[in-house]
Design a protein around this ligand. Structure first.
Ligand SMILES: C[S@@+](CC[C@H](N)C(=O)[O-])C[C@H]1O[C@@H](n2cnc3c(N)ncnc32)[C@H](O)[C@@H]1O
Length: 269
């Protein structure tokens, strides 16, 4: 899951899909549509596609014809992704292909012919070198969504919130991963190449209607914090029990703040 561990199982991705859809910054779609060539078929790359949730949301919001290239380093997720049946805003079926491999080896030659590069819940699990590789390769608009920013708010508050959040953020930055620094790093990497970058908030707001997602997020959030700061152990166990009880009672609200980025290359800015 993106709350701190390095592999992403399909059940976690399914659990978060509707919260992601509700959070997405739809106001970036108008400027994105304006930046896409009006009459050409769209070739859309989804980097770190998982099971293809972003395409399930975006394909019907853009005109057709569309060809999607779903890219991920996890072959099991790609097997699920290739079963998607996307339909465009004008009711045409999109075509789909999948590509395996890591983003560290992405080259500009891979993205030749791309109309749009997309990603969702990806940048914060990458290194600066991987974000540089995306910025160097993408010569077209890019919609890079749902990057965590290191701001989480739980209501009611608990004295341990800040300590868990700080340990979680440190865990996200482990081994050179960007974690909450991802949007700043990507803005810098694209900006250096003359692109314009707009960011808009895309927070999860999780209440009683999202109890299953909230509980799973809490377990992952606290586990990552404890992995980072083992000294939190017993206090964190009690914290998690309290928070799960509040979640089950419908009295917990969680906000997880993200940013969506629309990147337009120099000439279309
Ligand atoms: C949090 S999941 C998001 C999946 C999907 N975009 C979604 O929103 O449901 C991150 C995805 O990025 C993939 N990923 C992470 N690092 C990668 C890398 N270096 N190269 C290729 N794929 C990567 C993971 O396998 C996973 O599918």
């Amino acid at each position: 899951m993106s709350s701190g561990t390095s592999s992403f199982d399909s059940s976690w991705l399914a659990l978060r899909e509707s919260a992601d859809a509700a959070a997405r910054a739809s106001e970036l779609l108008g400027p994105l549509r304006d930046a896409l060539a009006p009459d050409e078929p769209l070739v859309i790359w989804d980097l770190g596609c998982g099971t293809g949730a972003l395409g399930r949301w975006l394909s019907g919001r853009l005109r057709g014809p569309q060809h999607w290239i779903l890219h991920d380093h996890d072959p099991e997720l790609l097997d699920l992704a290739r079963k998607n049946a996307y339909v465009t805003a004008d009711g045409r079926p999109a075509t789909i292909e999948t590509r395996g491999g890591g983003l560290e080896s992405l080259r500009a030659s891979d993205l030749v012919g791309a109309s749009l590069v997309t990603a969702s819940a990806l940048l914060d699990v990458l290194t600066a070198a991987e974000v540089e590789a995306i910025a160097a390769a993408a010569g077209c608009p890019a919609l890079l969504t749902l990057s965590v920013v290191g701001r989480v708010r739980l209501s009611p508050p608990d004295p341990l919130d800040a300590e868990i959040a700080a340990a979680f953020d440190a865990h996200q930055r482990r081994d050179g991963l960007l974690g909450p620094d991802a949007v700043a790093a990507a803005t810098e990497a694209f900006g250096r190449r003359g692109a314009s970058v707009r960011t808009r908030p895309s927070p999860w707001r999780l209440g009683p209607g999202q109890a299953a997602l909230t509980a799973e997020w809490l377990r992952g959030w606290v586990a990552a914090a404890v992995e980072q700061s083992p000294g939190l152990g017993p206090a964190a166990d009690g914290y998690l029990r309290r928070r799960l009880d509040e979640c089950a009672a419908g009295s917990l609200i969680v906000e997880v703040h993200h940013l969506d980025m629309l990147v337009l290359p120099g000439s279309s800015a």
